[in-house]
Write a protein of this length. Sequence first.
Length: 103
Amino acid sequence: MHVYKQVFISGRVQGVFFRESTRQKANELSLAGGVRNLSDGRVEVQVTGEETVIQCLINWLKIGPKYAKVSTIEVIDLPVETYQSALQTLSSDRFEVWATKDI
C-alpha cells in the first residue's frame, strides 16, 4: 500500500550533502518525492511509496551521510487525501532535491 510521509531531520544536516545523498538513496529505493533545506536549519523530506520501503529510507535518514550528525527525526503520516493532492504537485515519479524553503 502506498503511503505519504513528511520527515523533518535536525542536527548537522545542512552543508554535508544530506539532500543529494537522500535523493540518491530514495531513487535507489524507487521512491517518489523530494528533499529540501529549511531556513531554520532542518531538512524536510516528503516521500511516497510502499510503507516498508519508506521505512528503509527513514532508517537511513536517522544516520544520514558521512559528515551528518542527526540529533532528531520527526515522521508525520499524512492522510491519503494529502497524498492524492501531492501526486498532482510532484513533478515526476522520481525523488528530487527541491529549493530551500523559508519558514
